[in-house]
Design a protein. Structure first.
Ligand SMILES: Cc1ncc(C[n+]2csc(CCOP(=O)(O)OP(=O)(O)O)c2C)c(N)n1
Ligand SMILES: Cc1ncc(C[n+]2csc(CCOP(=O)(O)OP(=O)(O)O)c2C)c(N)n1
Ligand SMILES: [Mg+2]
Ligand SMILES: [Mg+2]
Lengths: 345, 323, 323, 345
């Protein structure tokens, strides 16, 4: 049965609340029939009226409240209505939730999940379309995980709720409506798939059975599907074999799967929907350069939003945010004009 | 129609120069706002417009009741629900329509859309609460520069949940900022009724910070207009902040089609709709004439706006680039 | 001395098990706090300690007046000025001393130092205001878990400048959190007098959010103890928040040696120093005996603490590493 | 005459307030005789009582107030008492100040300066010792500049106040007491110095007259002096020639001087006092890899804090924050055991 990302996340929340009465929802406008701005929490307040707390418009305050709940053994799942407003909870995350466990000599844990719907392409304008997760990468004590439509989004959320570390769970608004693409027996459609171990497995997808390839494209969250599309197009239209690496835990980053893939392809493109400077792509490129410089046969490229706010007009928004076209161009650029030595089939 | 060259006339000056009784003038403005938004919503329904928008249907009396007291040079900082505020301030439906349609001729070139606009001394932003200290800073700057201008910032009942609002109240009070905080309490914040988002009392919150505070429960534009006359004058005269709460109601959905409030509740409030309320006091002929004139203006404004080109992607330039 | 194995007894239970009159017991605790901090400051002056620390000299009556009403399992969230709160809560000067000295045997292994400590149900953090919603969340968790425990969070007058405090008051009120907000108004925030940082009224601020609020102007530990007896009981019984303001005074510098307040002002307040104030009510002999016993404990505590090794850098481990 | 960084900054503020009555100071505890927690604003309130506004403890609020002031033609200079609390102003910076000019179609400007004293090594513990600037890099519309003891710190601050963009001005607490080292006629002590053009010139220091070298070390702010020390030691003790590149504008970053230096040295080390993941070093390494991969003869290295909160105990703090030792080790690591072909003299 096919499902959407939204449905998968919603069902996971339902079953977690059913199974574990320590799980609480905290956020704005969560109550049914409304059920949250993007409906990820729909139906929960009907089923668990005492454990779904709709809040005032107090992002800092309710992230703090949830941190307190987590400190006392509950498993709060916070929704920030638009990820753009994570900025308001920055102090709570950086100077409170993320520090407590270490600072208090591991006497306590803060099993807090903060869900943040990010991303544009819906015409919401400069303050409701951003992908701000890069600003929350690399906070000591704060894990960052991003969900994509591959495998099981709901299972990823389950892992996050089971995680004993404070964790930012990045969702993507456009992605909610996307169909989930299952990974089964090491395959997803035409792709062969490798997964790392652990709660947030990194996927590596290959259209060339991991025998090699022209380039490695790293993409997470909402960009992952675009990278997969670009890979499909590049194969069909230009006979280019691209491996797509999809990390889920953005911080701390396990760069090994990227290094391995670049070992096979020699070329690297990293994608993110947010603006690029000092972002996720920077970390991936720096980590790969640090670990496997010799494997890079061409200068790596970053695909990201232009360094401007996200305009409301469709023309501006489309030009600002990266799409499959930008990914394909970057792949072509790292491959260069000449055919590589390796050829498929 | 683009009229960019003529000098801007503030709301008070325009009000004084306009004709008709107080009720007629207020009605004309309210009708403009109402009809503007109804047209907008139709365009969204037809799929001509995408993205989102927040109409102020039911709250037009706030816009006209407050803003007509502001002089040229006074500043308004508005929020996500800013169309009515803007139209009362600038009377420029064509530019607002173009902006919401994402056209280059819009107020800010299609960059901001429905909730991020700027024109002369009018600003709006879509992040709840954060505008309140910014508006306070503007008021302090005007005071420091000795211009005599005042600032008016609009916020909703739900936005009283944002802590930074109290930081701003505290500073405005400590430093005597000439600012009017207008709380439009429409009883709901998105899907959340006021009882679930707000404890205590709105007026008491202002007073607890030493900010003179008042409240009025009304959708009567004339009444609100009268109520704020003295308040605006006092802010200007004393240079002290004031928090003015208007208890009103939102008759439309929060944004586009997301209304899940109890039908009976909304229905009961329709009886207090500020537009028919004021119309009932007007001479039928005058009212019809006003409406017809507004319709004509809006017809032209929307068709002009729809004709404008979308901004070219080539205009995108890093705001940090110094060249 | 490290006594990690014995079960923790909360302040109320310890209070009930201790001997002497109310005044004597309060005095013993206050003397412990005062002497602890005086020793600490000497160590800083001697250069034995580095970094920073905030003493509560002059405010000891708040600590003992409030905290002795808290039961085992009740939670305290304190701020930068937490030594007195901690000592009243846990009566463990040796671990606090070791912590401030950056020793591995300190409360949190030397990681937190003076303002970031944790022991049983006691926490502190050095960022003003942010602890208030966290404490509110703890109270809500205790309520959800049906433990009957309450939370007490301490904040200063200056910290009322932080917006998140009002977000927390609002939620605590809306959701009936069993939490006591104790505002220690010591008239100064670092170098800033209260008139320059706070407008309106502290008690009115609580009330405006529907939080029962009270105030007391006192440095008399017995009086404060009496005042908070009913308040703590009410929070426990009603499960509703309370904001209790104590108007007091800080007799020492803000942190180490940064006092630039008018000397006359500080001098005048010395007359209200809570320690001699209470001592004057005690029998001289009992008072001396109490003091001597405390001196001995502190002597041992500090010398034990000074003997503890610094934590080894090898203990540093990424808190995110899951292995 | 020698001066300290503190004095240089303080004097610049004095003279700017003297010259331009649009310049205001806004922040906590700024009034004399106290004059600000680190005394950067000392004497200003005596000289300009109406233009120094001491604030309540409301970081978000007063950054917002200053943004409003800037919108109306004033030139506010905000002090965040400890840079750790920039987290509280994150929304104001990201979703207000940084967006206004672009979002309002350049009808307005926001010439706002937010000064933030960052850094540890003073035993202030986990919430008063951080270097959080990396989290503010790459915000469209927000410039980030860091001051160091070289050249004239005060002049850099002057440029920041004259800048018409909202700008985060990163200071370093330990650095306040350091002696300013002047750059004159292309020299600073034994170093020859090159400066880029523009208001925030990047310095490149060479002990080998730019004829080549063993490695390029990039460092800003408080780390710049440590990098210079490491370079001096490496020359004296190991005959290694290190070029030190000191950027002042961290965002947007002009990576050219780094690329040029790496062109001469072939090896790259980037330093920052904050924790490393997705930080400044990541951006530099990614930018250099993207622009001049072929110039890199060895995998670049990042020197940064350990990914833990900054402990209060001196032993913990010292082990967490990077020092000259870490810089030298990284230089040795990128150079490798063998002597490079090039040799000085
Ligand atoms: C900081 C922030 N949080 C959440 C939102 C999403 N949001 C937009 S409008 C709104 C409700 C606002 O309610 P209120 O202040 O009562 O104004 P109203 O919409 O009723 O006019 C919310 C939650 C936002 N824009 N900003
Ligand atoms: C968010 C934040 N801003 C600034 C500081 C620096 N600071 C530490 S204590 C203090 C004054 C606090 O005043 P108050 O709340 O009255 O408490 P008191 O020190 O008087 O006990 C300040 C500004 C801080 N710790 N946190
Ligand atoms: Mg509302
Ligand atoms: Mg105080």
């Amino acid at each position: 049965m096919t499902s959407t990302v939204l449905r998968s996340l919603n069902q996971a929340l339902h079953s977690m609340m059913e199974e574990d009465d320590r799980v609480y929802m905290v956020g704005e406008d969560l109550l049914d029939p409304y059920g949250g701005a993007f409906k990820v929490t729909r139906g929960l307040s009907m089923a668990f009226p005492d454990r779904v707390w709709t809040t005032p418009i107090s992002e800092a305050g309710f992230v703090g409240v949830a941190t307190g709940m987590a400190l006392r053994g509950l498993r709060p799942v916070v929704e920030i209505m638009f990820g753009d407003f994570l900025t308001l909870a920055c102090d709570q995350l950086v100077n409170h939730a993320a520090k407590f466990s270490w600072m208090y000599a591991e006497k306590v844990e803060v099993p807090l999940v903060v869900r943040a719907p990010m991303g544009g392409r819906r015409g919401y304008g400069p303050t409701h379309s951003q992908s701000l997760e890069k600003h929350f990468l690399g906070v000591p004590g704060l894990a960052v995980v991003a969900v994509d439509p591959f495998g099981s989004p709901g299972d990823l959320l389950r892992q996050a709720v089971a995680d004993r570390r404070p964790l930012l769970f990045v969702e993507n608004k456009v992605m909610y409506a996307r169909r989930v693409r299952a990974v089964q027996a090491g395959r997803m459609g035409a792709f062969s798939v490798r997964e790392t171990a652990g709660p947030y497995p990194t996927l590596t997808l290959s259209l060339g059975e991991f025998l090699g390839g022209d380039a490695t494209v790293v993409a997470y969250g909402g960009m992952a599907e675009l990278a997969v599309e670009a890979a499909e197009e590049l194969l069909i239209e230009e006979e280019r074999v691209v491996e797509v690496v999809i990390p889920r835990q953005l911080h701390p980053l396990d760069v090994e799967p990227v290094v391995e893939s670049v070992g096979r392809t020699g070329r690297l493109v990293v994608c993110e929907e947010g603006s690029g400077a000092a972002g996720f792509g920077a970390e991936v490129v720096a980590a790969v350069s640090g670990r496997a410089l010799e494997a890079l046969q061409a200068a790596p490229r970053r695909v990201a939003a232009l360094p401007v706010p996200i305009g409301n007009a469709p023309t501006l928004e489309a030009a600002t945010l990266p799409g499959t076209g930008e990914i394909s161009s970057a792949v072509r650029a790292v491959i260069g004009p000449a055919r590589p030595l390796y050829s498929i089939g | 129609m683009d009229g960019g060259s003529s000098e801007f006339v503030g709301p008070r000056q325009r009000w004084l120069a306009s004709e008709g009784s107080t009720a007629e003038r207020l009605y004309g403005q309210m009708w403009l706002i109402r009809e503007f938004e109804e047209r907008l919503l139709s365009l969204f329904e037809e799929g001509v417009l995408t993205g989102t928008t927040h109409a102020c249907i039911g709250q037009e009396a706030d816009c006209v009741g407050v803003i007509n007291h502001l002089e040229t040079g006074d500043v308004i900082f508005s929020n996500h629900r800013c169309h009515g505020h803007f139209l009362a301030y600038a009377d420029r439906p064509e530019w607002l329509a173009a902006e919401i349609m994402g056209r280059g001729a819009g107020l800010v070139g299609g960059r901001g859309g429905s909730q991020h606009i700027c024109y002369e001394d009018f600003f709006s932003n879509g992040v709840q609460g954060g505008i309140v200290p910014v508006a306070t800073g503007i008021a302090m700057a005007e005071k420091a520069r000795g211009t005599g201008r005042i600032v008016c910032v609009f916020l909703g009942d739900g936005t009283l949940g944002q802590g930074v609002v109290y930081e701003a109240l505290n500073m405005a009070s400590l430093w005597s900022a000439p600012i009017l905080f207008v709380v439009e309490d429409n009883r709901w914040a998105q899907s959340t009724p006021v009882e679930k988002e707000l404890s205590g009392s709105m007026v008491a919150r202002g007073e607890a910070f030493g900010v003179a505070s008042s409240e009025i429960t009304s959708t009567d534009a004339e009444e609100i207009y009268g109520h704020f006359e003295g308040i605006v004058a006092a802010v200007r005269k004393t240079g002290r902040p004031h928090l003015g709460v208007i208890h009103t109601y939102r008759l439309c959905h929060h944004s586009k089609s997301d209304d899940m409030r109890p039908e009976e509740e909304v229905e009961a409030r329709r009886a207090l709709d500020p537009v028919p309320l004021l119309r009932s006091r007007l001479d039928e002929e005058r009212a019809s004439a006003i409406e017809a004139a507004v319709q004509k203006r809006l017809e032209e404004a929307f068709s002009w706006a729809l004709d404008q080109p979308h901004p070219a992607a080539e205009t995108l330039r890093d705001p940090l680039s110094t060249s």
